[in-house]
Design a protein around this ligand. Sequence first.
Ligand code: PLP
Length: 405
Amino acid sequence: AEIWQEVPLAPPDSIFKLTAAYKEDKFKDKVNLGVGAYRDDNSKPWVLPVVKKATSILLNDETLDHEYLPITGLAEYTSAAAKLILGADSPAVKAGRVSSVQTISGTGANHLGALFLSRFYQFNGKKQVFLSNPTWINHYAILRNVGIEPVEYPYYDPKTIGLDFEGFINSLKSAPERSVFLIHACAHNPTGVDPTQEQWKAIAEVIKEKKHYSFFDSAYQGFASGDLDKDAWAVRYFVEQGLPLLVCQSFAKNAGLYGERVGALHIVPPDAETANRVKSQLSVLQRSEISNPPAHGARLVSLILNDAGLFEEWKRDIRTMAGRIIDMRNELHRQLTEVLHTPGSWDHILQQIGMFSFTGLNPAQSQKLIDEAHIYLTQNGRISMAGLNSHNVEYVARSIDGVVR
Ligand code: PLP
């Protein structure tokens, strides 16, 4: 056969397929609850006012050029980004034991982190990383791409539509010593279910006992609660406990910079000397992957993080986004419980956090919402709170009520 003629056709990405179906739908009141991006109350993308301001500052900066950034990225960006996630007075930052590299958003951070582990982590015989069941679907492919086998740990309990804390703890205990656990720092995607602080403490304790390694994915800092510090609590607690870890950071959601691809990977080893060697290897890996990260998004975020006034404005913008999402949770819950008296318990909608909510709807009910109500969501019953607004929340609640009765 001719070269490439036997390449099989790959299936389309399920989320992008859902968006395409939504776009084709001619129904006037259609709703897209599949989107993984923030929308304002009129279903429109939102450019953060602070980003507009930072953009105009950059446009007027005559000193900027289009030269390459260093391989590991813009230094004033990566160091400010490290302080943002680890805390301005983090013991790790103070001790100079954080290796930070600018990456192609959170996806690139996950990739570089996985690649680093595949090369340098002393896996216990098997090259595997534990993933929460369920998790962001891309985690599987990112690990497999670098020859790491994904294995699942229990996380979500469909009976309670909440955390399977016991299952999680038991699998931390039964995994071989020095295993790697990929953990969502906050606003777990797709469930919206996070451990409480007490539960995080217990999780950290077992991780310490078993010498496991934590691979944090932080894609939603600030977006979950509206408070950057609160959403970084687990990562900072693990660092305080002296646990070695790795954090993937994205500014896609919390700065609305989806297309700019601005992220970072931070590796926190036990001492500065190791951090230095780790960074040298990250630099070698990055060189062959992307050579140099893109400049514009990093410059924007660097301006915002390093200027006290802009930083305050950003925090206000984050509160605007998180606040609207929290309002939608409250309103959807109120409609289902107080207005419609929909059968079942819906309190999980209030307990879950961040952009996504596992509604507890089964695949048949989810499909019915698409087919009969023109409300688009994934088969697993996950809805994006960002797709709800004051104009459609009542319609969505009535439609959910219709498919569960
Ligand atoms: N990790 C998780 C858990 C996510 O939900 C996402 C985005 O949906 C990402 C990482 C990466 O996003 P990005 O590459 O756009 O920063």
